[in-house]
Design a protein around this ligand. Sequence first.
Ligand code: NAI
Ligand code: MG
Length: 358
Amino acid sequence: MTYQIVTLPGDGIGPEIVGEAVKVLEKIAIKYNHQFKFNEQLIGGIGIDEAGASLPEATIEACLKSDAILLGAVGGPKWDTTSNGDRPEKGLLKIRETLKLFANLRPAILYKQLKCASPLKEEVIGDNLDILIVRELTSGIYFGKHERVVMENKKATYAEDIEYYNVEEIERILKVGFDAAMKRGKKAVIVDKANVLATSKLWREVSEEVAKEFPEVEYSFMYVDNAAMQLVVNPMQFDVIITNNMFGDILSDEASMLTGSIGMLASASLGEGSLGLYEPSHGSAPDIAGQNKANPIATILSAAMMLRYSLGLNAEAYAIERAVECVLDQGYRTSDIMNEGMKLVGTREMGELICNAI
Ligand code: NAI
Ligand code: MG
């Protein structure tokens, strides 16, 4: 099969880490007899510099024609003071909006080889923590259409933000979540605050309906305050967590930090169809850009998610994930995950080791 993949390397370490992920995908293509056609486009600061916009038209057009999008990172001090109002980060927000990517998937996986990086005790974190947080990304309180501030003598005396969800928005994110659960451990926890919020009660009603389409998935509900606690007390109980925009924002940061290392964490943003945007959870790391120091694993694991969720290539995705584990088992580490007795390697070497392991 032939697949069209748009790459958006972006700024800082972006080009280095995307370069390694492309190498890994090329290796997969050979091994599994696929053809990946890569089309590199501009986004972020480099878009502003070379095409006058953080999200040039040509990028949008290419993305709409593609099967999947792999992004590095955007931003850096160089663009902090641009005066025309455009900023690298705007490119990211705009691409999510334009492609209607309403579901954000953030896995928190702790590799047993990196256990000492976790802030939790060894017996709590266990041996194979693997949680997937599915967060609604384009509605809820952050898109408060009615937010308002009441002023009196130039001082705000009252402000309000409104949490809003309609059935359609809840249904589509739940379907993504249940579908992801089907591809994993078949367990989903829907996190809400249904003892207080009307929107949460609606989420529960819709969940009961959507769940009927996924009879194999075992699901339950949990209040968000309890979920925040359970994540540190007994994180091993979770497989997939499905939740709204605000709760997902907070819980995904909490869950990702259980693993202790930003250089290892992938993410995906999905919409209604199969088109998705895949990127590492970290930023452009300007402090180490161009030094062959960045850990490419978060981006390589994002490429694996791309194979699984946009291209339906589950075995190929699994092959990448296994290769990453295998290289960690061999003791190779980039500087962000380095610990005593291990072998320090750079960005390119890590990419090559993973290719070889495949
Ligand atoms: P950052 O994630 O870029 O860096 C935080 C720290 O983690 C730095 O010390 C960096 O060297 C390290 N780090 C990050 N990724 C790494 C990797 N793959 N390997 C090894 N070390 C790594 O966050 P920061 O410093 O807050 O932001 C830097 C720039 O990135 C800013 O312009 C920010 O706006 C942008 N940013 C972009 C994001 C995106 O494109 N999705 C997300 C977050 C920040
Ligand atoms: Mg956040």
